[in-house]
Design a protein around this ligand. Structure first.
Ligand SMILES: Cc1ncc(COP(=O)(O)O)c(C=O)c1O
Length: 426
């Protein structure tokens, strides 16, 4: 078992405490070098005929993060109209963005974004039809998302393939896709699948073969996007996916496809978690300690909560928790809780079961101690229950490549929470 108390990925305990003392807590602390190292690993992934890496910006949409990846030549996978706007506001050019949206865009939005050069990935027959109505006879690149018939996620809630998932066009409806392409004279140049987040890579490899079967029937397709989902194990990093061993199988499938059809397909991937998860830590302070008697639990209450990190509460996800600056003292079992008025606001659920409380062994803790929750960079601040209990959105800082650190998000002022509310006479 890896001693997490001794292992912090990118900064010393003293450095994290120093930053937190400047910014106040809770604070997310990002690390530029980590983002760059994970991105470089993805860019180096083995491939057959070329690889484009898109960052799935839903994992962490801060403009500083987007700019780091942009500076390295990564493109962007956006998951909503609004994410496209946000990426462009960060300075990303439209032609580097693809949009895979669950929500169909209206004609005005489609013309605005696709017209500017955003690659549109139709994820339903309705979306494809609407695109056709706007761009009949267009030669511009167009993508369709296919549900290849199987999926896999680190839990059922992150599985986005197979019959129980609404993501993408069911693979057996290919004839309908082709009929719409004919009806509106569209050229489908990209096929996309994403089978889930934290997927079993054997299933991902199988999904790649199934996707190539679909592409066989689509002669205009030159690019296959295999989505994201490449697993980071936050607690046992040695179990994380390794591009070097997982990708060659898929590269071989692309080569066999080329031998058979003469078509050398380019591959795209769109990792979010892999690039962001371990590049950011949430630092909080213990603001209270309670217990429930000799047969009960010892609770540490943090000044962060589900308003910063929701994954433990919705997935039963376990993140490493480290008491900063406490060395290796006697170990004690604690339940680590947030401070929202919500019994599910627990950072130590039973793994995979958000409804059951579990514990973590830590050195003897005291009120005021600093606590780091690592692996918090993906689906942390972007997916949290912001402003619940009217708690202000927290601050974010970044350790730059030169070792300096800067504030990248100032803490929200309470009055900003209700600023959009309109006064009514009651
Ligand atoms: C279409 C699509 N691509 C990429 C991703 C990124 O997944 P991950 O963060 O697991 O790499 C997601 C996340 O769910 C997604 O829905």
């Amino acid at each position: 078992m890896v001693d997490i108390q001794k292992r912090l990925t990118f900064a010393s305990h003293a450095e994290l405490i120093q930053i937190a003392e400047t910014t106040g807590t809770p604070v997310f602390i990002h690390d530029e070098n980590s983002y760059r190292e994970y991105a470089q690993q993805a860019l180096n992934a083995p491939n057959a005929f070329g690889l484009k890496v898109r960052y799935a910006m839903k994992a962490n949409s801060h403009k500083a993060v987007l700019k780091i990846f942009d500076s390295m030549g990564l493109h962007i996978d956006a998951s909503s109209y609004y994410e496209v706007k946000r990426a462009m506001a960060a300075g990303i050019s439209a032609d580097k963005i693809s949009l895979t949206s669950q929500e169909p865009l209206n004609a005005e939005q489609l013309k605005e974004l696709a017209g500017m050069g955003v690659l549109y990935n139709a994820t339903s027959l309705l979306q494809l039809k609407r695109y056709g109505e706007c761009f009949t006879g267009s030669n511009r690149p167009l993508s369709v998302r296919i549900n290849p018939g199987l999926g896999s996620g680190h839990n059922n809630r992150t599985n986005t393939g197979g019959p129980a998932a609404s993501f993408g066009i069911w693979h057996q409806y290919l004839d309908k896709v082709l009929a719409l392409a004919r009806e509106y004279s569209l050229k489908i140049t990209h096929v996309h699948t994403h089978v889930g987040s934290g997927s079993d890579w054997k299933i991902w490899q199988k999904a790649a073969r199934l996707t190539l079967d679909v592409v066989r029937e689509m002669p205009d397709v030159t690019v296959v996007n295999m989505g994201g989902g490449y697993r980071i194990d936050r607690n046992n990093p040695e179990n994380s996916m390794d591009f070097g061993t997982v990708f060659p199988v898929v590269s071989d499938a692309f080569r066999s496809f080329a031998d058979e059809t003469g078509r050398k397909l380019q591959m795209e991937i769109e990792p979010g978690t892999y690039l962001a998860a371990n590049s950011c830590i949430l630092v909080s302070r213990i603001c209270d300690m309670v217990d429930t008697g000799k047969d009960g639990y010892n609770f540490l209450k943090l000044d962060s909560s589900m308003t910063e990190l929701l994954r433990p509460m919705i997935y039963g996800a376990r993140h490493p928790i480290i008491l900063l600056g406490k060395g290796e003292q006697a170990q004690k079992d604690y339940v680590v809780a947030g401070t929202c008025c919500e019994s599910g606001d627990i950072f130590t659920p039973s793994e995979g079961d958000p409804e059951r409380v579990s514990t973590v062994k830590l050195p003897e803790a005291q009120t005021g101690d600093y606590v780091a929750i690592t692996g918090a960079g993906a689906y942390g601040i972007t997916m949290s229950a912001k402003n619940y209990n009217s708690r202000p959105i927290c601050a974010e800082a970044m350790i730059r490549s030169d070792g300096s650190h800067v504030l990248i998000t100032r803490r929200q002022k309470p009055e900003e929470i209700w600023a959009n509310e309109i006064e009514v006479e009651i």
